[in-house]
Write a protein that binds this ligand. Structure first.
Ligand code: WT7
Length: 658
């Protein structure tokens, strides 16, 4: 542990605990600690989650672990995710709101379960009519509008795995994902609102099509009744198709539990994003179970997760988990400070939200804006979740006091795109809250800390180590789409005996560092690999670097994470230029532009720093850690392995002088 980590640890060690209120405990979905004993019966405990779903055919075996790490869950079972999220609620609550949507421009829409049923069926019929069949991968590039969950559920109904690409991603990022999945269909929309501007979204698909070799069909939704941005004549308008399929019903396809439900691309340590492939049965069971026990969702609640459905949080905890439980899930299209900084609280009041789920980055932003905004509105949360990054105790306390009114519980949930759902989290009625700690393992989950040599650290001894998971769980990814080898190398090879077919010899590496405190609570420190977390968005440094390398003037680039008060981390780009090239505003703009084009504006660097040389080891590996020390004005780490140990100091001096 570094000095800094030790200091933080000491500070957190005295952190006080906060007890959930008796009112909360009294109404919680789970308030009996016996749940942990039930899940200790591994893997049978997980049947409790699967029982929450309707199966067309019950499973024969909970877990087939005979070919690790290719685990199979609920083997022999068959079900449909769209049926579970929509149809099965019609008997009891067809007139209850399934989705409530607020557009940035103030438009409001409520879809009851009956409405959702109709729209999902019509969309499924529309997709079928253009040729979508079971197992075809459908790329969905939609923002936070009802069309997004409707399209996802329509795909699920047909057994066509969706691959949702976050709307903020650029055309090139979209093209890369379409290409990797060899997807024949892209579903998009003309535009959506961000800070009063109706962004031209469809041009990203136009551009992406010029970057893929095959010729996907495009279906276009419109944000208004009429399209406000120009739409290529080759594209099919969703509204036209829907008009041809009014009131059509499409039988939900019975999917084997192991059939894939979706792909979700995420950044890793190489330039190429990984398509995390999630299964139907295990995934849906896991997110439904955790939505019930961790999020404490009940059908009569209004639940609001402010994430974007384009990331895993939105898949698991806006769409699949909440809708499988038959609750009301709220979506908001636009910017949180538009047209004023009270927008979030205004929405919370208007819809009388019970459960609010957001990221530490958002909390830090709300805190910066000040408590006068939430104070203006009358809302009353019972439960609040944070996800995506470590939350600083200061931000936690502010959230607890000013948003939760010291009565809502806060649940800090640690998980990843790969894990499908929460893995380390308190069950809100069962443990006391401790600011800055994700808490204890979720039922049935076996996290541990290993040192770099792969030895298990003593449990709860306060040391930092590599966070690993020792047992498989139903929500875990099946593989990296089309690349089993990468799946094994990325997540398993480091801490597993890869020639063993005994699952006990296989250990999942999360890529995070964590501390397991004496009280049994885990505190996740952050990524140990070259992945950064910018405002809750995961970004691979290699992805950024390869975008920068596209700029002609650039010889070499390295990206380091700079700490940022609100965003958590922001990228600093260090570049050396080719012979004969000079540092200029033009080159700087070209670099920023390349990142926006290859990835998207959300990845824009904080600084572009032109340097004479980059710190490299004798074997030529760039030492990003040292650049990180420079960016964060910290003492330089070990420079002895550098080919030229004076380089970091030179860079620092150069920056200070410049
Ligand atoms: C990475 C995963 C999980 C959905 C959103 C992000 C970091 C996530 C926490 C938390 C500390 C956290 C980790 C993890 N992270 N939750 N509660 N405390 N760190 O999914 O984009 O796949 O990123 O986010 O570093 O590895 P993701």
């Amino acid at each position: 542990m570094s000095n800094e980590e030790q200091e933080l640890e000491a500070r957190l060690a005295d952190q006080e605990y906060f007890r959930p209120s008796p009112e909360f405990v009294g109404q919680a979905n789970v308030s009996d600690p016996a749940i942990y004993d039930r899940f200790d019966d591994f893997p049978a405990g997980f049947e409790e989650y699967a029982e929450l779903l309707d199966w067309d055919k019950r499973w024969d075996e909970v877990l087939d672990a005979s070919n690790p790490p290719f685990y199979e869950w609920f083997v022999g079972g068959e079900l449909n995710a769209s049926y579970n999220c929509v149809d099965r609620h019609l008997d009891e609550r067809k007139n209850q709101a399934a989705l409530r949507w607020e557009g940035e421009d103030g438009t409001q829409r409520t879809l009851t379960y009956q409405d959702l049923y109709r729209e999902v069926n019509e969309m499924a019929a529309a997709l079928q009519s253009i040729g979508v069949e079971e197992d075809d991968i459908v790329t969905i590039h939609l923002p936070m509008v009802p069309a997004l969950p409707i399209t996802m559920l329509a795909c699920a109904r047909l057994g066509a795995p969706h691959s949702v690409v976050f709307a903020g991603f650029s055309a090139s990022a979209l093209a890369e994902r379409v290409r990797d999945a060899d997807s024949e269909y892209i579903i998009t929309i003309d535009g959506y609102y961000r800070r009063d501007e109706l962004l031209d979204h469809i041009q990203k698909t136009d551009q992406a099509l010029t970057e893929v070799e095959h010729d996907p069909q495009v279906l276009a939704w419109t944000r208004h009744d009429d399209a406000r941005h120009e739409i290529d004549e080759e594209y099919t308008m969703v509204d036209d198709l829907l008009a041809e399929h009014r009131r059509e019903e499409v039988e939900p396809v019975s999917r084997a539990a192991e059939d894939p439900l979706f792909l979700m691309y995420t950044s890793g340590t190489t330039g190429k994003p990984k398509g995390c492939q999630h299964r139907t049965g295990g995934y849906l069971a896991y997110v439904t179970g955790t939505s019930k026990y961790v999020e404490d969702i009940k059908p009569e609640d209004t639940y609001w997760c402010s994430a974007d459905i384009g990331w895993i949080t939105g898949h698991s905890y806006i769409v699949y988990g909440p809708l499988a439980l038959g609750t009301t899930s709220l979506m908001y299209e636009g910017a949180p400070d538009h047209p004023h900084k009270g927008r979030i609280w205004e929405i919370a009041e208007r819809y009388d939200v019970d459960i609010f789920h957001t990221s530490p980055t958002a909390v830090r932003m709300f805190m910066k804006w000040g408590e006068e905004y939430p104070e203006e509105y009358d809302f009353d949360f019972r439960h609040m979740t944070t996800v995506g990054e470590p939350i600083q105790p200061e931000a936690w306390l502010w959230y607890y006091t000013h948003i939760g009114d010291e009565s809502a519980v806060i649940v800090d949930t640690w998980w990843q795109t790969e894990t499908g759902g929460h893995l380390i989290t308190n069950l809100p009625a069962l443990q006391d809250m401790k600011p800055g700690s994700a808490g204890v393992p979720a039922p049935g989950i076996a996290p541990a800390l290993y040192n770099d040599a792969g030895e298990s650290l003593e449990s709860a001894n306060g040391q930092a180590g590599n966070l690993v998971i020792e047992n498989p769980w139903p929500g875990m990814l099946q593989t990296v789409y089309g690349d089993d080898e990468r799946f094994i190398n990325t997540y398993w090879a480091d801490f597993s005996e890869t020639d063993s077919d005994d699952w006990h010899d296989w250990t999942y590496k999360a890529g995070d560092g964590a501390v397991h405190a004496q009280d049994g609570y885990f505190r996740v420190l952050g990524r140990l690999d070259d992945v950064m977390n910018v405002a809750g968005h995961r970004l691979g440094t290699m992805e950024l670097e390869s975008a920068v390398a596209e700029v002609e003037a650039v010889a070499e680039a390295a990206v380091a994470a700079r700490e940022h008060a609100e965003k958590g981390e922001v990228p600093d780009v260090y570049v050396t230029l080719r012979e004969g090239q000079e540092e200029s505003e033009e080159v700087r703009e070209a670099i920023v532009g390349a990142i926006e084009t290859e990835i998207g504006p959300f990845a824009r660097p904080a600084n572009v720093l032109f340097v004479a040389d980059l710190p490299k080891t004798r074997s030529g590996k760039i030492m990003r850690r040292l650049l990180e020390d420079i960016s964060n004005e910290e003492e330089l780490g070990d420079t002895t392995t550098l080919r030229d140990p004076s380089v970091p100091e030179q860079i620092r001096e150069q920056i200070q002088a410049g």
